[in-house]
Design a protein around this ligand. Structure first.
Ligand SMILES: NC(=O)c1ccc[n+]([C@@H]2O[C@H](COP(=O)([O-])OP(=O)(O)OC[C@H]3O[C@@H](n4cnc5c(N)ncnc54)[C@H](OP(=O)(O)O)[C@@H]3O)[C@@H](O)[C@H]2O)c1
Length: 250
């Protein structure tokens, strides 16, 4: 039994760094052809122009910025040119923390646009292709804050609970087409996003509260995603796998 993505096309949003990059690297190693997104047009151009020779034709970076100031329509239009997308990982996400009485409506608009509306628009589009091909695996990257919450996470939590709701409904609808939709909810992962929210001291304190005794690496999360995104997952639909080292159970 082994993972094999040869002949498959996988879309990973937010694949320039962090969890998304790890998933993209792992899918590449397992044979997939990749469509990857990032927000910075210059970086996208550079990543495409500096692709090592062996990745030519197998990896393409596309500019996609989903916040409230940007229209995702050109990215969605780009997806239409692919007549086959086997795997979709809705990973791009942002977080801004604040007390509820100090939250900005602009933060609501941005976080909901990136974390919830973009996955909705992407799934809405690629479901057509996946249905036609009678195959698809979709993994939405949610969060433990789509299962529990803590102070100052009102908007982020709302977006991730919403993403789990979207996952459930779409999973029920698409499973009969051999399109299995699930979510993975990471705990605290050592990425730029976490470093932008928590101080080093806060991260050290948190690690002591995690039963596994450390924060997650991107590998810890990617391995769960890879299973759900693979054809070895043949019967799991509408589930949310919490990959948090046991944190929410304590
Ligand atoms: N890190 C954690 O502890 C943790 C825990 C639970 C859940 N998660 C979830 O896991 C996912 C990845 O998190 P991460 O920690 O790997 O984040 P990260 O290191 O900050 O990377 C975020 C990725 O999303 C892209 N992105 C940022 N803003 C975007 C926008 N407005 N539109 C489209 N793409 C955008 C970034 O592209 P650029 O490089 O171009 O900015 C980057 O590729 C997110 O959905 C997050 O909510 C993370």
């Amino acid at each position: 039994m082994h993972f094999d993505f040869n002949g498959q096309i996988a879309l990973v949003t937010g694949a320039t760094r962090g969890i998304g990059k790890q998933i993209a690297d792992d899918l590449y190693d397992l044979g997939a052809q990749l469509i990857l997104t990032g927000t910075n047009p210059d970086q996208i151009q550079e990543l495409n122009s500096k692709l090592p020779k062996e990745k030519h034709g197998r990896v393409e970076y596309i500019h996609a910025k989903f916040d409230s100031t940007e229209s995702p329509s050109s990215f969605i239009n780009t997806l239409r040119k692919f007549n086959k997308i086997d795997v979709c990982i809705n990973n791009a996400g942002i977080n801004r923390i604040n007390n509820i009485d100090e939250t900005l409506v602009n933060d609501w608009d941005d976080i909901i646009a990136v974390n919830l509306k973009a996955p909705f628009l992407i799934i809405r589009e690629i479901a057509k292709t996946m249905k036609k091909n009678n195959y698809g695996r979709i993994v939405n990257i949610a969060s433990i804050f789509g299962v529990v919450s803590r102070a100052k996470r009102s908007i982020y939590t709302t977006s991730k609970f919403g993403l789990r709701g979207l996952t459930l409904s779409v999973a029920n609808e698409l499973a009969r087409h051999n399109i299995l939709v699930n979510s993975v909810s990471p705990g605290f992962v050592l990425t730029e996003l976490t470093r932008s929210i928590l101080s080093k001291k806060e991260m050290e304190e948190l690690a002591t509260q995690v039963p596994v005794g450390r924060l997650a690496t991107t590998d810890d999360i990617s391995s769960v995603v890879i299973f759900l995104a693979s054809s070895l997952n043949s019967y799991i639909a509408g589930q949310n796998v919490v990959a948090d080292g046991g944190f929410v159970n304590v």
